[in-house]
Design a protein around this ligand. Sequence first.
Ligand code: 13P
Length: 260
Amino acid sequence: MTTRKPLIAGNWKMNLNHFEAIKLVQQLAFALGDKDFNKVDVAVLPPFTDLRSVQTLIDGDKLRIVYGAQDLSQHDGGAYTGDVSGVMLAKLGCTYVTVGHSERRQYHGEDEDLVNAKVQAAYRHSLTPILCLGEGLAVRQEGGHIAHSLGQLDGALRKITAEQAKSIVVAYEPVWAIGTGEVATPEDAQEVCGALRVRLAELYDPEVASAVRILYGGSVKSGNIAGIMAQPDVDGALVGGASINAGEFTKICRFSDMPG
Ligand SMILES: O=C(CO)COP(=O)(O)O
């Protein structure tokens, strides 16, 4: 059985300018120590325009925080105005890139084929995709949340080999819980994360399934993280709003000290 080191990733979304980005990373660096990093991997996912500042700080001071981007192009270069490629992100030292976030699916019409193409683009440049998926409210109310999430997983992993899949991070983010304060119960999170792991074993093998880190995302805060992290198939959190507050994010990274 593989032991999966928890991952707490902060998705800053379209917040913070590069000065504020530097301040937040410095605050995290001051607050978090070796003890924390031995227990948990901490990642920040700033907007593209903050990546260079964050890279300079993290690499220059050899901080143990890793960083990544919130999206990438399915193309590697060329006449694609406004796009940012995996080549560019790799050159900036990014470890992670989120793919298929519900806000991309909803506001930019990203469908299953595009999400799959972006997962492939991430692997072409040795970036680790954080594949986001999860159902909306209507699907949840009809009880279709598991089938919906598994369908999104299947679609995103087409043409992805077992060797590649082993390193993917999957983030279950029920859309109804994002930015609403409406957090899924720990049991809700476990139900879908557990089903995703079973599907990974079916698509690949048990070794892949036990290696993959599956995160929960949706209104994660210091007050609810401990209960979520206590679930056997939840290996971390993808944090939105609370990730741009240094105090809150630090407490989330120290989830084992928080009341359950
Ligand atoms: O979308 C999310 C992370 O990717 C979750 O956002 P909130 O934590 O603000 O609900």
